[in-house]
Design a protein around this ligand. Structure first.
Ligand SMILES: Cc1cc2nc3c(=O)[nH]c(=O)nc-3n(C[C@H](O)[C@H](O)[C@H](O)COP(=O)(O)OP(=O)(O)OC[C@H]3O[C@@H](n4cnc5c(N)ncnc54)[C@H](O)[C@@H]3O)c2cc1C
Length: 444
């Protein structure tokens, strides 16, 4: 059997390796238009801030290691046409500029995502950079090293981390977002306020509720214009989101309106023998019990592995996602899962309630302790837990994973409030902060 995999970042790499493990006799071919595989873009901001021991370690596989695993690698080969019913691909060898036609028995679409680039005047300037690929990362590392003033556009996780690392490196940073607060889609106002205070303490100019309307190159920099202000900078970095890169298979598969490919629980698309995973695909979002577009490596890896498990016979179902995530900003460790505020739930059509509590993570008889802010969000009526967030200078991020399981297993606040969590003064209070949040939910 010949299996074609298009794309070799997380979804493609995990799919190809698992397929080879399940079907050692299968011919597995990866077609990748770039020169690298398995790039961890989550390391970009950390590399810029000099927290990465070696950029080579931002890859966990190489074309050579995958070849050794028995996978046939076609690097710098772009799939330019895919006929999914005729099972045929047109492939451009980008090095020799040669086209070829290849047939397949089964195909895995892991073409990922690309940055959303709005049609704004001047956005094509060389002083407007992106943060996605290895090439973007190298350019960002090189260009940010020599400049002083940087405007970061987008205050989601990616922009927030870039703004933090650049400010810690002594740059003058402006962080712009159209929404009213930083991380507005990721956390509740209680945690946004803590993060915004930290930005201000580190000299970052916050320009919230501002839409970028244009970029204009100046003699030695770039002017970023918004609907309310203008900012002079050496560089601008755009981080406003991603869209699925699925034009190659447009109109051949069931998708969400944005082009994200829909699959069943076994990663099978609407066309037989065609599988999809990662940023190219939709996910089943457990808090809403509906398909959604949530591009995260955690989804890409699990979905990729499950293609391998299910490609012969459907047997291991994908449990969906809660979009559990974490970020550290100025020593504040933030962990989230699901919908983190009433407003975020409302935006997804769920009538929700929420509590936010703050308590020290361990007893104050200890020589040191520090507060944790916890929010718990549940659906009114069913009392099903649909989200939580945790923020502290102590690392409490793993608690988001506990609530992730609670959401996946459709637990209610009543069940969580009396769940068994340990107490030991080095680590926690007699009533753990998560139990305390659930008890506060019952009281409400
Ligand atoms: C700055 C940044 C930080 C992030 N941090 C986190 C984090 O902390 N945690 C987390 O879970 N997620 C994080 N993510 C998201 C995560 O990186 C993505 O979800 C993940 O990369 C998706 O993997 P993928 O394989 O589906 O797609 P992609 O990474 O988009 O890779 C798709 C691959 O397909 C190739 N390709 C596309 N079309 C073709 C074609 N026609 N022919 C040949 N090859 C093709 C591309 O060259 C690419 O290599 C971050 C993303 C960014 C940008």
């Amino acid at each position: 059997m010949k299996v074609a995999v298009i794309g070799s970042t997380h979804a493609g790499v995990f799919a190809a390796k698992q397929i080879k493990a399940e079907m050692p006799d299968a011919e597995v071919h990866i077609y990748e238009k770039n020169q690298t595989v398995s790039f961890l873009s989550c390391g970009i901001a950390l590399w810029i801030g000099d927290h990465v021991s070696s950029p080579d370690k931002m890859f966990y596989e190489t074309p050579e290691s995958l070849t050794e695993a028995g996978i046939e690698m076609h690097m710098q080969h772009e799939v330019v046409q895919a006929d999914l019913t005729q099972k045929q691909l047109r492939i451009n060898d980008l090095v020799n500029d040669e086209m070829a036609t290849e047939r397949f028995d089964k195909i895995v679409i892991t073409t990922g995502s690309q940055a959303v680039i709005p049609n704004i005047p001047g956005i094509g300037s060389e002083r407007v950079l992106m943060s996605k690929s290895w090439d973007d990362a190298k350019l960002l590392k090189e260009r940010t090293a020599t400049v002083q003033k940087v405007v970061v556009i987008g205050a989601g996780y990616i922009g927030a981390e870039l703004a933090e690392q650049l400010s810690l490196a002594g740059k003058d940073v402006v962080l712009i977002d159209a929404l009213e607060r930083v991380l507005a889609k990721n956390v509740s106002p209680a945690i946004s306020q803590q993060v915004e205070a930290a930005y201000e303490a580190h000299g970052v100019t916050l320009a919230m509720q501002q839409k970028v309307t244009g970029f204009e190159e100046t003699q030695d920099g770039i002017r970023v214009e918004t609907d309310k202000a203008e900012f002079e900078a050496d560089l601008a970095i755009l981080g406003i989101g991603f869209r699925p890169q699925t034009d190659l298979v447009a109109n051949q598969l069931d998708t969400l309106p944005n082009g994200a490919i829909k699959t069943d629980q076994y990663m099978q698309t609407s066309v037989p023998d065609v599988y999809a995973a990662g940023d190219a695909s939709a996910v089943f979002y457990n808090p809403t019990q509906a398909y959604d577009y949530i591009p995260l490596a955690t989804n890409a890896i699990r979905q990729g592995m499950l293609i391998g498990k299910n490609i012969q016979t459907p047997k291991v179902a994908y449990p969906g996602t809660q979009a559990s995530s974490a970020v550290e900003l100025y020593e504040l460790a933030i962990g989230t899962t699901g919908l983190t505020s009433i407003d975020n739930a409302k935006a997804k059509g769920i009538d929700a309630d929420a509590v936010t509590i703050t308590q020290d993570y361990r007893p104050d008889f200890m020589l040191t302790t520090t507060p944790v802010t916890v929010s718990l969000v549940w659906e009114k009526g069913s009392r099903r837990i649909i989200g939580a967030e945790f923020a502290s200078k102590h690392d409490v991020t793993q608690s988001a994973n506990i609530v992730s399981l609670a959401i996946e297993n459709k637990m209610t606040i009543d069940q969580l409030a009396y769940s068994d969590f340990f107490f030991q003064p080095n680590f926690s209070q007699p009533i753990n902060y998560l139990s305390a949040a659930a008890l506060a939910a019952l009281d409400k």
